[in-house]
Design a protein around this ligand. Structure first.
Ligand code: ADP
Ligand code: ADP
Length: 233
């Protein structure tokens, strides 16, 4: 089942009186249980594409379908609701709330989504075990290593059982060895998501922008953003 479908996506920016067409008919699909790498040179439009796929930014044309639902037909409130129900985000920097523990950082987005506190805590504990951090539940982000912080960010992204995980350089701020570990965890979670507590029963798919071509080559597929279109490599 396809969790992200883009077709004919167009995005233009006005820059100093010129029109810069960053996306010129970009198309791709990500299925449940699949981790897909998004590569391309700096400035190619990877972040723009992820923002559009994540319903954070409007496209100027094209089709964006998340978990089978057409985002183009929705108003802003509908897009926000669809985003909250179906998409989890991981960024290069963890963006954890510094004054809250690892567990609380995973509880909060669930409570915002209306999950009762006891159930949210239960799931936070489950997710922390899944990312190997059960023993660090009560630590604040500053007391965790960079790799641990990113593991918490991944657990938080999965808290609301997304169909689609969008990650922009999730290991870009980590040393080589730690990046490998975090990447292996992410890959296991996506591929194993059909059965475990990491996602809904039917799993989630991931689109991961990275500059690390070694990591990209270990994903299920690699798509390159080149001159505004996506090319499978
Ligand atoms: P639009 O009106 O096309 O939707 P945005 O609202 O996304 O544009 O951005 C508003 C303005 O912010 C842009 O016109 C641009 O000047 C500036 N801007 C934001 N992000 C960038 C960036 N990554 N590179 C260059 N300019 C940017
Ligand atoms: P990447 O993530 O691949 O480095 P981006 O998506 O950040 O690329 O940017 C692609 C191009 O679009 C860049 O030339 C950038 O300056 C431009 N751009 C991105 N956002 C805006 C914006 N809001 N307004 C104007 N130009 C933008």
């Amino acid at each position: 089942e396809t969790v992200l479908e883009l077709s004919g996506v167009i995005r233009r920016f006005q820059q100093a009186g010129n029109v810069l067409e960053v996306l010129r008919g970009a198309a791709c699909a990500v299925r449940r249980g699949e981790i897909v790498a998004l590569v391309g040179p700096s400035g190619a439009g990877k972040s723009t594409l992820l923002h559009i796929a994540g319903l954070l930014e409007h496209a100027d044309g094209g089709v964006i379908r998340i978990a089978g639902r057409d985002a183009a037909t929705l108003d802003d409130a509908g897009r926000t609701a669809l985003r909250r129900e179906t998409i989890g985000f991981v960024y290069q920097f963890h963006h954890l709330l510094p004054e809250f523990s690892a567990e609380e950082n995973i509880v909060l987005p669930q409570m915002i989504a209306g999950v009762p506190k006891a159930a949210a805590r239960e799931r936070a504990k489950e997710l922390l075990s899944l990312v190997g951090l059960a023993a660090r539940a009560s630590h604040r982000p500053a007391r965790l290593s960079g790799g641990e912080q990113q593991r918490v960010a991944i657990a938080r992204a999965l808290a609301n059982r997304p169909s689609l995980l969008i990650a922009d350089e999730p290991t870009g701020n980590l040393d080589h060895h730690t990046a490998d570990d975090v990447f292996a965890l992410l890959t296991d979670l996506v591929r194993g998501s059909g059965t475990g507590p990491g996602g809904r029963k039917d799993g989630f798919g991931a689109l991961v922008a990275t500059h690390n071509l070694d990591l990209a080559a270990r994903m299920d597929r690699v798509i390159e953003l080149r001159d505004g279109v996506l090319v499978e490599t």
